[in-house]
Design a protein around this ligand. Sequence first.
Ligand code: C5P
Length: 223
Amino acid sequence: MSPKVTSNSPVIAIDGPTASGKGTVAQKVAEHLGYHYLDSGALYRLVGLASFKKGISTASEQELAPIAKELNVIFQGDRIILDGEDVSDQIRQEEMGKRASEVAIHPMVRQALVARQHAFRQKPGLVADGRDMASAIFTDAVTKVYLTASAEARAERRYKQLIAKGFSANIQVLLQDLRDRDERDANRSNSPLKAVEGAHHLDTTSMTIEEAVNQILKWHQVN
Ligand code: C5P
């Protein structure tokens, strides 16, 4: 069943694998256009974290679905508040990325997050970043981008991000972890990561953030 169209505000859907730089690029595109921004991965990470705190296994779809449905979360600029606690840094940890991709395989969890994602679509427009933005959540997005980069470039970017935030990291472990995550995201039966027909492909391996942002703005202008 495809989700219904929720409003006429234009959506730019940016999908791609983990650590491809989508988040940074999507936020800058949103800033440039004065659009709202949805980091859908954060919602799966929040389900990963909230279930972890309650001692619930990522295999337990029945117990995870109500957690996803009832997430008590506030997005405040770049801070994310869960049950009154600022969890912005906690959800960025590798362990939560891994848990996110484990909870994300469950159809009931995905379904529980649909309405919450639709609610981000407000005037004057939305830039939505994730895995299934164009294929499932905003199928009528005016601009669809499939953004990627080589696994090595992505591992290096993730490494730099973690170090900059004061976390310790090992590049070989990161590379293996992101390959495992790619595998899980691309091969799950429910809303797998894939480029939809009509999506613009953007390989950012040797591009700067500004170049990627400008390319997306150009594509969006002609739509
Ligand atoms: O983008 P990010 O790395 O924060 O996403 C964490 C995980 O959440 C992904 O590996 C993926 O399994 C899941 N996810 C998803 N659908 C989305 C966004 C994220 O399944 N739209």
